[in-house]
Unconditional design. Sequence first.
Length: 416
Amino acid sequence: MDKLIIEGPSKLSGTVKISRAKNAYLPILAAVLLNDKPVHLKNLPELRDIRTMLTLLQNLGVRIDQRDNVTTLDPSNLSNHMATYELVKTMRASIFVLGPLLARLGKARVSLPGGCAIGTRPIDIHLENLKKMGAEIIIEAGYVEATKRNLQAVHLPLKFPSVGATENLMMAAVFTPGTTVIENAAREPEIEDLANFINAMGGKVEGAGTSKIQITGVNELREVEYEAIGDRIEAATYVMAALMTKSEVKVVGINPIHLEFVIDTLRSMGANIDTDENSIHVKPSELKPAKIETQPYPGFPTDVQAQMMALCCVIPGNSMITEAIFENRFMHVPELTRLGAKIELKGNTAFIEGVEELSAAPVMCTDLRASAALVVAAITAKGRSEISRVYHIDRGYERLDQKLAGLGVRVQRTNE
Ligand code: UD1
């Protein structure tokens, strides 16, 4: 199993190019199943989750051809409608195939995802609203069996703006005659990107990015080429690394509006950050402590909570971070403590007392974003940190070690 060895503290300098967003491409890849014509996707990131989704699509009968930076997917002959437990257990986002399979084939059999490191993560919002659309849903032997009984255009007020449920329902409704309306929809930029992709294929989705999304049924889709938005979570991670090390770094390939809340929060803490339409420029800054609560978009993203906590660990004074989206998303706390951080947990709030310096230690990755927090902390910590279970990072950060090395971090990947 790969490990990262990081020698800190490092100053960072230069420019880092952000990859296309994993959380945009995962639902877009699932939405390919809606089409019966080829789809060409540009710059799919080289990530474990993306490879898992490609394997899942192949199992369903999609032909995949990779040339340079374009991946062509031909979904004209779907031969299967089942997402097995073996795949779903490695990646919860496999549940995204439920909506499009139902819309295209009228049937889907998808393993229940089960819990994960950050919480129980039910899919009740996906299922209860598919039922409202007229799908028959049976749970049997750990699988969701969904059958279309003429999906109907209905109003779907979500009890919580779930990102995945909004995406699944949007895809399920693409061919439904009439206009399906999702209310209290999630507003994340990746949802708007999925809508743009569906519309580029000839679908009709309006309002994505607001809490009311309207999907008007179309009869067929067309061949398309598409490129997803930049990864705002990856970008935020590099911004945190720059601020923690009081470095000057330019993060390019990202629309800063997608990180508006994070950037505004950091500026209110004293961060010296400039933006243009495609980049974020971080300069050395003296920061004040933070008081943050994660919220659905456009609030502070839960996917940046761990990295933000790492930053707070080295800001003099007392910071407070409340996690309001997932019930168990503090797995990084004991590991950050091993690096010398002072953090006390009370319920879903972490109280952080800034220390002057973190110190190197062996630490272990537990989930994707927790791992990112450990990496940025290790860059700041004095000495040689060994980060194990790097496969968590490889799910979501493309060429992390190379990108960090490009910024001047002394980092090495080993599998000893
Ligand atoms: C997506 C992101 C993930 C991010 C999360 C919140 C992808 C592939 N993943 O995950 O990185 O952390 O949004 O921004 O895009 N919930 C229910 N019932 C449901 C669905 C969700 O109770 O049917 C709860 C979840 O347990 C969780 C909260 O709602 O507590 C948010 O989940 P959701 O927005 O659905 O996140 P995901 O789509 O799983």
